[in-house]
Design a binder for this molecule. Structure first.
Ligand SMILES: NC(=O)C1=CN([C@@H]2O[C@H](COP(=O)(O)OP(=O)(O)OC[C@H]3O[C@@H](n4cnc5c(N)ncnc54)[C@H](O)[C@@H]3O)[C@@H](O)[C@H]2O)C=CC1
Ligand SMILES: O=C(O)C(=O)COP(=O)(O)O
Length: 527
């Protein structure tokens, strides 16, 4: 039974699939203190949060069973993603579900600050009919600067155009073609500061975007500019904003997010030029259902070991690539695991070569599974799909990947070479239509073995009687042989036997087999 802990308010409808899953137990507690969370997190396989719960490196270190942290939303700045990656914990977010909700809220805030709606409401609610103090400005024919043209920024820009605004847009990934297609003007932050009547930010909070808008930028702005932040507190420097409002440079600010949430003694709150909401960008019925459905589905997949899409700490795999490479995940891992068991010495290099159809797609995710297979033989459960490359790097193991045109007649071929301090060994595998995965080459020997269960890999001289003697010893010791394959390079030369047996052999029995004349080595492999 997988245990999932939910510590922030998340849509009931959205988590239905978790609540109804027969293999999942859901515990909801939205009143946990940081120390409460630390003391119980060790019991859980997955943690589901929004922006409130701080998933720190301490929480992750205490989370001995944790496989996934799900974020029902976009921003993951409340999660220590680096620590999660090191611990092999998948961080999943729901990037698409709240885009429209947040774009609409940003636009509502833009209009609220242009027309002083909250201020006027408050006065009237307090009993004063004041039609003089709240003269606003139109959006029509004004210039808006959009910083961050991702999902939300793009939707805000589209809406601004419909309102007759000229849109200046900046994003390091915005190309001239895309800007043209969206009908916006490609600009720099400097252009935006100097020309815009309204400036709205839609970037994540990162080292680069912290205080992206500070005193220097306010100094360049037109007097009477209005700024909107519905992305993250800290993208606009709150102290600098306060100064710019007091000096009259900034006519208004609309803030949904704050450097400290909830804000404590924040002087911006209460200024007549500032309209505020308590981080409500994603708070619509639709967005909350969307993000909770998306993240719950992904968490279920992680827990059940099925392929998933939206991991923040893994490269995302487009569906058309996933379709092509998914059948090879298990094979890749098993080839790595096979080599780790037959090779002696410390691993220095894992080289993977792909040929056939596999050369047409991004095989980086497959490479991860091979690395996981190699490392897990020694590191066990600690290694997974997320941290395998990091763990290899930490051990100075070089991982190389190449595409080859030599497929030796197979539609697809995955060849893994393991170089250790003592030897270099190779194994190749494929998937045969109707037969599934097969190991087709071990070092220089051609073979045809299903990579599963208990295998005995025997290296011997190609002499009459060796195979019979091996069979007899196993039979006398009650070990049933399921399949047997032999391979040799030249008649009478070096040869290998690969047997699949129904149960593992004892150490004594392996020694007895190793002492047979003509047998050079016997290795037991479990796949
Ligand atoms: N107020 C709320 O409730 C919500 C706030 N958000 C915030 O909005 C942010 C944006 O969300 P999405 O549009 O979905 O993300 P996104 O990833 O689609 O877009 C972010 C864009 O920012 C750009 N960017 C990064 N660094 C930049 C820089 N230095 N200057 C200019 N652009 C830069 C990226 O290239 C990207 O295109 C999230 O990271 C989150 O912090 C998101 C949802 C709800
Ligand atoms: O998705 C995001 O990044 C948000 O900021 C939304 O936050 P929330 O889930 O409403 O706490």
């Amino acid at each position: 039974m997988y245990k999932v802990l939910i510590t922030d308010p998340i849509s009931e409808f959205g988590i239905k699939q978790l609540l109804e899953a027969p293999d999942v137990e859901v515990v909801r507690n939205t009143n946990l203190s940081p120390s409460d969370l630390l003391s119980i997190i060790g019991d859980y396989d997955a943690l589901l949060v929004r922006s409130q719960t701080q998933v720190t490196s301490e929480v992750l270190a205490a989370a001995k069973r944790l496989k996934a942290v799900g974020r029902a939303g976009v921003g993951v700045d409340n999660i220590d993603v680096t620590a999660a990656t090191e611990a092999g914990i998948v961080v999943i977010n729901a990037p698409d579900g709240n885009t429209i909700s947040t774009a609409e809220h940003s636009f509502a805030m833009l209009m609220a600050v242009a027309r002083n709606i909250p201020q006027a409401y408050r006065k009237l609610a307090d009993g004063t009919w004041d039609r003089k103090s709240f003269q606003g400005v139109e959006l029509n024919q004004k210039v808006i600067g959009v910083i961050g043209m991702g999902r939300i920024g793009t939707e805000v820009a589209k809406r601004a155009k419909v309102f007759g605004m000229t849109v200046l847009a900046y994003d390091p990934f915005l190309t001239e073609e895309r800007a043209q297609k969206l009908g916006v003007t490609h600009a720099t932050v400097d252009d935006i500061c100097r020309q815009a009547d309204f400036i709205t930010v839609h970037t994540p909070l990162t080292k680069e975007t912290r205080y992206l808008i500070s005193s220097k930028e306010f100094d360049k702005m037109k007097t009477g500019v209005r700024v909107i932040n519905c992305a993250r507190g800290g993208i606009i420097d709150e102290k600098a904003l306060y100064e710019a409002i007091i000096t009259g440079k900034v006519a208004g600010a609309a803030l949904d997010v704050f450097e400290v949430e909830p804000p404590v003694d924040n002087p911006l709150i209460g200024l007549p030029q500032v309209v505020v909401t308590p981080h409500l960008g994603a708070s619509t019925v639709e967005a909350q259902e969307n993000v909770a459905v998306d993240v719950s589905g992904e968490i279920l997949k992680v827990l059940r070991g099925e392929p998933f899409r939206n991991a923040v700490n893994l490269p995302s795999i487009p569906p058309h690539v996933m379709e092509r490479i998914e059948p090879y995940f298990t094979l890749g891992e098993k080839l790595g695991h096979f080599l780790a068991q037959v090779t002696v010495g410390s691993v220095q290099e894992i080289a993977i070569s792909y040929s056939g159809d596999l050369t047409e797609v991004d095989t980086a995710p497959l490479t991860r599974t091979v690395v996981k297979g190699v490392l897990s033989f020694h590191l066990g459960e600690e290694v997974n799909f997320v941290n395998a490359p990091l763990l290899a790097k930490a051990r100075d193991i070089t991982v190389t990947e190449k595409k080859s045109t030599q497929n030796r007649g197979f539609t697809n071929l995955l060849t893994v070479t393991l170089k250790t301090t003592q030897q270099t060994r190779m194994v190749a595998g494929t998937r045969l239509n109707g037969y599934g995965a097969r190991i087709v080459k071990i070092d220089e020997f051609a073979i045809d073995v299903a990579p599963e269960g208990y295998l005995l890999y025997i290296h011997h001289n190609d002499r009459p009687g060796v195979i019979g003697r091996v069979g007899s010893i196993l039979g006398e010791n009650g070990v049933n042989i399921a399949t047997m394959q032999v391979g040799r390079r030249d008649m009478g030369g070096d040869a290998i036997m690969m047997l699949s047996v129904d149960k593992p052999l004892t150490a004594e029995l392996l020694d007895t087999m190793g002492e047979l004349p003509e047998v050079k080595s016997v290795t037991q492999i479990e796949l």
